[in-house]
Design a protein around this ligand. Sequence first.
Ligand code: SF4
Ligand code: SF4
Length: 167
Amino acid sequence: MRRCIQCGTCSATCPFSHVMDYTPRKIIYLIREGFKEEVMSSFTPWLCASCFSCRVRCPKEIKITDLMYLIKREAIKDNHYPQKAPIVLLTKESVKMIHKNGRISESYLMGIVLLKVSFLKLLRMSGLGLKMLLTGRFTLIPEKIKSRGELKKILAFSNKKVEENSK
Ligand code: SF4
Ligand code: SF4
């Protein structure tokens, strides 16, 4: 990150920088200057679509996308993130579900997120949920893969590698 020349190419190329509270360039700047609180509570990493445009165009080859993942992981670890933001909950619950079941049951996931964001919203969506349930497009039982033990090993290995690479 010390190599960053603050050229702003990452922010200019990012398709979501206009809705981020801090652009990717600013995130790098804030990290470098030690503004941990601002970085950890920022919506920016949660809005990152992992499109890798910034990473490809950065003249200093800084791994900005990896950095966004690192911030998210740290924020979840420290329980320090925008708590009720649906996008944060969605990410957190998706990761939890993949680690536990090996796959995401989308309808089940949406139910959990809606319940945590707002019980009222869940009630409003219940009609649609019931219709989907009756047509077999919604399941109340999360789907699971068979080799979950092997998946756990792969994920642990990949997490270790990501941490090593982001140092
Ligand atoms: S594109 Fe790279 S060098 Fe330019 S501001 Fe972004 S991270 Fe820094
Ligand atoms: S990887 Fe994330 S931060 Fe980088 S350009 Fe894409 S959305 Fe923006």
